[in-house]
Write a protein that binds this ligand. Structure first.
Ligand SMILES: NC(=O)c1ccc[n+]([C@@H]2O[C@H](COP(=O)([O-])OP(=O)(O)OC[C@H]3O[C@@H](n4cnc5c(N)ncnc54)[C@H](OP(=O)(O)O)[C@@H]3O)[C@@H](O)[C@H]2O)c1
Length: 332
């Protein structure tokens, strides 16, 4: 089968379009014919092995353990392992698996709640194309887990989404509205209309002003971009508000954007506000939740651009620039 491969960590020029053996599913896995694969910073970090902290999370210290990159997918079940009862060949699915920048990829049929595990799958939302469905798994689940599980979002709360125009942020704005919050999105000038069109009640253009200098205070902040200091973020929170740190690019070679998350977890014990570092997990229940909201027409994936499999390196180069508008999707 055709696949993108990488034998060492590095920038996108380590990626090659290759011919490799089709993977065989384990007893509890499904083999999916991949029609589309979403990519974002989660693929970039594992491609580059940066920050180095990432390598210690089980992805390989000297070289990537997984030769074919990619996590998110949407496609058709080709074959199932002997212990799989949830799916059968021909089912249209979406979720995350291993090595999805390829014509075929394996994913766990029923795995729950693991970081960097073998993924999770669910039936594809009936009203979406494969390209749209492939944009959901990592970003949609991260937004959901950040707002609902880590953030405890409730109706009527005032919620600030930083990085509202990105892969995670475009889901977070729509989901926060779905949870009946009053939503303010932070993005650059060119994307204010996009963020408003997703349902944000207010938009702050970070190129013109910093939200922390304004008088508004938020019950919940979901921080997915900009790597602002914890003190600036806390200043914009109500005294008992919650800050969920999803991510933010840049930072030192060792811990990169994770450094703030590590500090937030410690500081949270000593202040009245809750500062929560988020590590999203693969969970079938969350994919099913997102599918229901999408089929109710309350949530729609935003696709920045689609790329052919042979253009995967370009998609990852664009990802590194960090100014996307929703999710990049590789069409296979
Ligand atoms: N914790 C987890 O489990 C988890 C899971 C998924 C992702 N992440 C992390 O979360 C972060 C966001 O991921 P993503 O997929 O949404 O990335 P993305 O698609 O690259 O989006 C980032 C967005 O932030 C905007 N942005 C850049 N600088 C900003 C600033 N100073 N203030 C406000 N917005 C700014 C960018 O566009 P403009 O600058 O043009 O507005 C872009 O739209 C990444 O660091 C990623 O690694 C963490």
């Amino acid at each position: 089968m055709k696949a993108i491969t990488q034998d060492r960590y590095g920038s996108s020029d380590v990626l090659r379009l290759d011919e490799v053996a089709t993977p065989a599913p384990a007893a509890d896995e499904v083999l999916v014919r991949v029609h589309a694969a979403g990519v974002g910073p989660e693929v970039w970090h594992i491609m580059t092995g940066r920050p180095y902290f990432v390598r210690l999370m089980g992805f390989g210290v000297r070289a990537p353990k997984q030769r074919v990159p990619g996590r998110d997918l949407a496609g058709t079940v080709e074959a199932v392992g002997s212990a799989v009862t949830e799916f059968q060949p021909g089912d249209e699915v979406f979720g995350s698996g291993r090595g999805t920048l390829a014509e075929y990829a394996c994913a766990a049929a029923a795995e729950e709640g693991k970081v960097g595990g073998a993924g999770a799958l669910a039936p594809k939302p009936a009203n979406l194309t494969f390209e749209q469905a492939a944009a959901i798994p990592t970003s949609g689940a991260t937004a959901l887990q950040g707002l609902r599980d880590a953030g405890g979002v409730r109706g009527g709360q005032s919620v600030l989404i930083i990085g509202a125009s990105g892969g995670v942020g475009t889901f977070a704005v729509q989901l926060a509205k779905h949870f009946d919050a009053h939503v303010t999105g932070v993005c650059s000038t060119a994307k204010t209309e996009l963020v408003r069109s997703l349902g944000a009640d207010a938009v702050i253009d970070y190129m013109r002003e910093d939200f922390a200098d304004r008088p508004e205070r938020y019950d919940l902040i979901l921080d997915a971009a900009g790597r602002r200091s914890l003190s600036r973020l806390r200043r914009a929170l109500t005294p008992r508000g919650t800050l969920v740190i999803v991510g933010g690019e840049g930072g030192g070679r060792l811990t990169g954007g994770f450094e703030r998350q590590l500090r937030a977890g410690v500081l949270s014990r000593f202040v009245s506000q809750r500062l929560v570092p988020l590590t999203a997990v693969d969970r079938r229940a969350d994919l099913l939740f997102l599918k229901d909201v999408i089929e109710d027409d309350k949530l729609k994936p935003v696709i920045d651009r689609t790329f052919a499999l042979g253009e995967a390196a370009q998609a990852l180069t664009d990802t590194e620039e960090g100014h996307g508008r929703g999710k990049k999707v590789i069409v296979i």
